[in-house]
Design a binder for this molecule. Structure first.
Ligand SMILES: NC(=O)c1ccc[n+]([C@@H]2O[C@H](COP(=O)([O-])OP(=O)(O)OC[C@H]3O[C@@H](n4cnc5c(N)ncnc54)[C@H](OP(=O)(O)O)[C@@H]3O)[C@@H](O)[C@H]2O)c1
Length: 367
């Protein structure tokens, strides 16, 4: 029986993690659940999984019988020191940085979908990334392939992208897309922020940066290919030209289950691929004119220093503006590039520096 903590338990990744736990009640004991706030969904999770600890980001109060309520950064520091076998970070955005930081600092085993924390912590905790099993589907695919290879055998890593909901839209049509259209991903059901990132292809840029830090490959060895069927989650090309592709249905429970049961494999009883039903698999180059963020974000990411943090932060703030109806879809790359051009920050040396850069980025955007 493994003691586990599910962070962001009310979200898309968190709910799918709990779905697997529900199927294997004799394998997992949920000790801690976290969310941003007290909500009906969180209460439902608490009633079903009966954790010993609950963490929320804000300062709300609620009387939970036999449960210790933890709050804010102090609460994260506390739970990062508990005797828990596996922590799953399914928190969205920048808020995921604190748990990733304190958990890695305390030498904990971390399963993370939260790419923002890997990107922002960047080189700061690089030596601890070996304690991470990623569950972003692309990174899980790469992890599963690299585990059987020597680093010097790898020529290139290809991250696949569905192309998002606007793959076949022309540039003109993109100007008037609605919020509903942007979050309606053709292949994956995800939270709103990552859905918008998938529509702009910023998600793929963030994933390239995540792969760069997580697997320690130079940017020149990581490429993006559009694969509308989303059956292949990533491809690793070897120096002799052989390619290993990792295939499974578009269901996050595949990478989550891999990480939860690692190093074992389990049949979790969900739909499997039927090859002849797939028909064909396509591979295209990304259209960087239509989706400029992929190019812009990577140009700045390669400069290193504070840029990966600025990219993550400005994207989060700009996407929030789009989701609040304040800006249009095509304003997103425009604003992000403007802030990146202005940002001149020093390389962070600690967690405090990272949040300083995030706050300064917010100020630049407001200007
Ligand atoms: N969804 C996917 O299929 C998928 C695939 C690959 C990678 N990812 C990555 O996984 C992460 C989560 O994505 P998601 O789609 O699951 O997001 P989501 O559905 O929006 O869920 C976000 C979760 O994070 C919690 N949260 C938000 N702000 C928080 C804070 N300040 N402190 C603590 N918890 C907070 C939310 O709690 P409340 O409900 O209380 O607000 C919720 O439980 C993202 O980094 C995303 O890029 C997701």
């Amino acid at each position: 029986m493994k003691n586990i903590a599910v962070l962001g338990c009310t979200g898309s990744v968190g709910s799918q993690t709990l779905d697997i736990v529900r199927r294997f009640k004799n394998k997992f004991n949920v000790v801690l659940l976290s969310a941003s706030k007290i909500s009906d969904k969180l209460i439902q999770c608490i009633e079903e999984f009966k954790p010993k600890y609950v963490h929320i980001a804000n300062d709300e109060n609620i009387n939970l019988k036999n449960i210790k309520l933890l709050k804010g950064e102090e609460g994260i520091k506390f739970y990062s020191q508990l005797d828990i076998d596996l922590y799953i970070n399914g928190i969205s955005g920048i808020a995921g940085i604190y748990p990733t930081y304190y958990l890695l600092k305390n030498g904990k085993k971390l399963i993370t979908a939260n790419k923002e924390s890997i990107i922002c912590l960047g080189e700061l905790l690089k030596e601890r990334y070996k304690d991470i099993i990623p569950i972003d589907s692309e990174h899980s695919a790469i992890f599963q392939t690299l585990i059987n290879l020597k680093k010097e055998e790898v020529e290139k890593i290809y991250l696949t992208s569905s192309g998002g909901p606007f793959l076949n839209y022309d540039k003109e049509k993109l100007k008037n897309v609605s919020i509903e259209e942007a979050i309606n991903h053709p292949r994956w059901k995800m939270g709103k922020k990552i859905s918008v990132d998938s529509a702009t292809l910023m998600n793929k840029a963030l994933e390239v940066i995540e792969a760069h830090y997580l697997f320690d490959f130079d940017y020149s060895k990581i490429d993006v290919v559009i694969h509308p069927q989303s059956i292949i989650h990533s491809i690793v090309e070897l120096i002799d030209g052989t390619m290993f592709a990792n295939m499974s249905p578009t269901d996050m429970r595949y990478p989550i289950a891999y990480a939860l049961f690692y190093p074992e494999r389990k049949n979790i009883g969900i739909k499997k691929l039927k090859l002849t039903e797939i028909g064909k698999l396509e591979f295209l180059n990304p259209d960087l004119e239509k989706f400029p963020l992929l190019k812009i974000a990577l140009e700045y990411a390669k400069k290193g220093g504070a840029y990966p943090i600025v990219i993550t932060a400005v994207d989060e703030f700009v996407v929030k503006k789009f989701l609040n109806g304040k800006i249009s879809f095509t304003d997103i790359p425009f604003l992000i590039e403007k802030v990146l051009k202005k940002a001149k920050f020093s390389k962070p040396e600690n967690l405090k520096d990272i949040f300083k850069i995030i706050n300064e980025t917010k100020k630049l955007l407001e200007e």
